[in-house]
Design a protein around this ligand. Structure first.
Ligand code: ATP
Ligand code: MG
Length: 392
């Protein structure tokens, strides 16, 4: 018997001829996610991936937890790999069941069998029935409950046989790196980390840009964004975080533009800079955490005026979501607690009491023509600090 990890993947299976490209990407992402835990061999077989540790004392719990955050994986199971003979199926199933009862105090069970190996002399119902009977007669305190058992003993008969009881759900999606790269505008708020996570989930590598206005925003606000990038990197492995000094630009806008237009103009400059950095790094789209109507700068009119300044596509995965729905995801992915730390964002430093909710592009362009910011923008980009944030 060998303890191994079974990895199931989903959407990749819908791919046609280039399915192996996605599978290989997933395998290399799996390797980098768990490489710290020791040597393993990874075997792809019949739309499954099996991870076999080559060392004693392999940390299975840690491996399962890391794998459950790899995009492209639907679920993982710790399984026992045994010979495909009914004798060994009986022997090891009994051992696994006894272990489980001792550990979890289970009282009821059922057996579910899948037979992929048609040369095996018994069919699936027969295996389940015979094996169930064998377990019942050896473990008298256990009974069968087909509707709501405390646990299911899964038996998969293939070239080898795999037995297990645990199916741990993972994040699904597509493997990172299978869908190009995007530039995330990452604030310290609740929304933008969720937006980045959702796009990353579709296999998109994420690069992030953050604007800060020291000394109006503190060093701790910057630390908070680095921490958020770290949490995202626990799913994406690596994120380059571009930290852009934004103070001079904000002061210039604040001085020369009508107050109700401050936010929208500031957002247009952010987009412009994000696009410049995106083009330098090969990112093909911008990502923000905006959703329709959330604040003045997120009315349809404002979003249209914001978009008009860039040529790259702007992805807003939260566009139709309520705040509560976003918060649910933030909690699930682990960014919420960090996002609600009370440090200021540069967006909140210079804000008008009554920001315009229906900006007109020609009027905004006129206001912007009074700004002398081309040089300031170039200087901000030049002075951008790049941090490479990795999972480990
Ligand atoms: P969040 O919770 O993401 O901060 P928000 O509701 O506070 O969102 P805004 O402050 O209007 O919304 O910002 C909208 C979007 O603009 C953010 O989701 C983010 O993508 C981007 N953004 C805002 N501030 C910054 C910043 N300082 N650096 C980088 N991007 C930012
Ligand atoms: Mg914000």
């Amino acid at each position: 018997m060998k303890k191994v990890i079974l990895v199931r993947y989903g959407e990749i299976l819908l791919k046609g001829l280039n399915r192996p490209v996605f599978e290989n990407k997933l395998i290399s992402n799996i390797k980098r996610a768990i490489h710290k835990l020791g040597k393993v061999s990874i075997i792809k077989s019949q739309a499954r991936i099996y991870i076999e540790p080559e060392e004693e004392n392999y940390d299975f719990d840690e491996a399962l937890s890391l794998l459950s955050k790899v995009f492209g994986i639907v679920s993982v199971s710790p399984v026992w790999k045994i010979d495909s003979s009914f004798e060994s199926i009986k022997e090891y199933s009994l051992r696994m069941v006894k272990d489980l009862i001792k550990r979890e105090g289970y009282k009821t069970f059922k057996v579910e069998t899948k037979r992929g190996n048609k040369r095996f002399p018994m069919d699936s119902p027969e295996i389940s029935r015979e094996l169930g009977g064998h377990i019942l007669s050896n473990v008298p305190e256990l009974s069968v409950d087909v509707k709501k058992p405390d646990f299911i003993l899964y038996v998969e008969v293939r070239e080898f046989t795999y037995i297990y009881s645990e199916i741990i759900p993972a994040v699904c999606g597509m493997p990172i790196g299978s869908n190009g790269k995007s530039m995330l505008l990452l604030s310290g708020g609740i929304d933008s980390p969720v937006a980045g996570w959702m796009i990353a989930k579709r296999g998109v590598e994420i690069e992030a840009v953050h604007f800060y206005s020291y000394p109006y925003t503190s060093e701790r606000a910057k630390e908070k964004v680095i921490e958020l990038a770290k949490i995202l990197a626990s799913y994406c492995y690596k994120i380059n975080l571009h930290i852009v000094p934004f103070t001079d630009i904000q002061l210039e806008i604040n001085e020369k533009c009508p107050h109700e237009e401050l936010t929208i103009i500031m957002r247009r400059v952010m987009m412009q800079i994000a696009e410049m950095i995106a083009k330098k790094t090969g990112a093909l789209a911008l990502v923000t955490g905006e959703s329709v109507g959330q604040v003045a700068s997120q009315t349809i009119e404002s979003l249209a005026v914001t978009n008009a300044v860039v040529s790259l596509p702007v992805f807003r995965p939260l566009i139709g979501m309520d705040k509560n729905e976003v918060i649910d995801i933030a909690r699930k992915i682990g960014t919420f607690e960090t996002s609600i730390l009370p440090y200021e964002d540069c967006c909140t430093v210079f804000v008008a009491k009554h920001p315009s909710t229906k900006p007109k592009l020609d009027k905004i362009l006129l206001s912007e023509s009074k700004l002398d910011i081309e040089e300031l923008i170039n200087k901000a980009v030049e002075n951008t600090e790049v941090l490479t944030i990795t999972k480990d």
